[in-house]
Design a protein around this ligand. Structure first.
Ligand code: SAM
Ligand code: DTB
Ligand code: SF4
Length: 331
């Protein structure tokens, strides 16, 4: 900008004192992390983890699909889009009693947070009171609450906050320049706008993405940079490994090797050291050693319970056995 243009700016009438801004992560800087020798990257990730967390404590969230399938959107990875023949059994919105039964069972198994997901582009005004009732009821069990309902309109995040919601999950999923290859029915800017309204309502943000959708390493670095540059970064960052769903456009995507997946987790840990980084979908397809590598790379959260939304997850017995072998403590 030309100097006279700067001088021409009128002073803000009630200028706020400038807060020190968070460091900005360029895509190049995140790519440089990906390119480190593997042991160097994992060492950086462990340093970051240990500066902020008990390195052997793993946060556990249980997922429940409260409304399944028949979604208007065309997300190329998703079993729940009505545009793809995935053989999914659809289900309309559950009752609060059904949700409560699942939340009680999750609490008994040791989950600390209960996440409710709905296959909507976004909630309609008429849907929100029922979801708010579920949030109130789950919260009253002493669990942290999270919902993932899609794009929010003005005022909806505030209503959810008033019902006692702790977290809203809304993933950026990939780099901005690759998003249009994955989804065409809404935009990256729609996702960012929802994250902004969630933050403005005082909710905690859960936002991450998917690895293995045919994206490049630069795209993976671009996703991590976008998340890390949110101000503040999300408190919770789920990193999903694509679960290929037959019938979806991305079902045939090439699998990303485990070292590249672990590098993505480590890059999230180094750039967002104070956030929970969740080893999310795709654990069912990983060996114990591969999951252990992801914990070494800085993951400190998982989905806990037999089911994700429409696909399976390792059972709690298997997870408890793995935690025993690794000396990890579920929280
Ligand atoms: N409809 C809402 C939305 O799209 O925001 C909430 C539910 S949506 C299923 C939540 C997230 O699940 C997606 O953003 C994506 O990151 C993840 N997801 C969905 N299908 C997946 C798959 N097959 N493999 C890995 N992650 C998946
Ligand atoms: C997230 O990042 N992963 C979860 C949760 N947030 C909602 C969903 C994973 C879905 C995996 C495929 C399925 O079960 O349909
Ligand atoms: Fe619908 Fe969410 Fe699946 Fe996209 S990811 S098709 S918005 S349920």
């Amino acid at each position: 900008m030309h100097t006279s243009a700067i001088l021409a700016q009128p002073a803000a009438p009630h200028a706020q004192p400038q807060l020190p801004s968070a460091p900005v992560w360029t895509v190049e800087a995140v790519l440089a992390l990906f390119e480190l020798p593997f042991a160097d990257l994992l060492f950086r990730a462990q340093e970051a983890l240990r500066a902020h967390f008990d390195p052997n404590a793993v946060q556990r969230s249980t997922l429940l699909s409260i409304k399944t399938g028949n979604c208007s959107e065309d997300c190329g990875y998703c079993s729940q889009s009505k545009r793809y023949q995935t053989g999914l059994e659809t289900q309309s919105l559950m009752t609060t009693d059904e949700v409560l039964a699942a939340a009680r069972a999750a609490r008994e198994r040791g989950a600390g947070r209960f996440c409710m997901g709905a296959a909507w582009r976004g909630p309609k005004e008429k849907d929100l009171p029922a979801v708010m009732e579920m949030v109130r009821a789950v919260k009253a069990l002493g669990l942290e609450t999270c919902v993932t309902l899609g794009i929010l309109r003005d005022g909806q995040a505030e209503q959810l906050k008033a019902a006692g919601l702790d977290y809203y999950n809304h993933n950026l999923d990939t780099a901005p320049e690759y998003y249009g290859d994955v989804v065409t029915t809404h935009t990256y800017q729609d996702r960012l706008d929802t994250l902004r309204s969630v933050r403005a309502a005082g909710l905690k943000v859960c936002s991450g993405g998917i690895v293995g959708m045919g994206e490049s390493r630069r795209h993976r670095a671009g996703l991590i940079a976008k998340l890390a540059n949110l101000d503040p970064p999300p408190e919770s960052v789920p990193i999903n490994n694509l679960v290929p769903i037959p019938g979806t456009p991305l079902a045939g995507s090439e699998t990303v090797d485990i070292f590249e997946f672990a590098r993505t987790i480590a890059a999230a840990r180094v750039t967002m050291p104070g956030s929970y980084v969740r080893l999310s979908a795709g654990r069912e397809q990983m060996s114990e050693a591969e999951q252990a590598l992801c914990f070494l790379a800085g993951a400190n959260s998982i989905f806990y319970g037999d089911h994700l939304l429409t696909t399976s997850n390792p059972g709690t017995e298997r997870d408890n056995a793995l935690f025993g072998k690794l000396g990890l403590r579920g929280v």
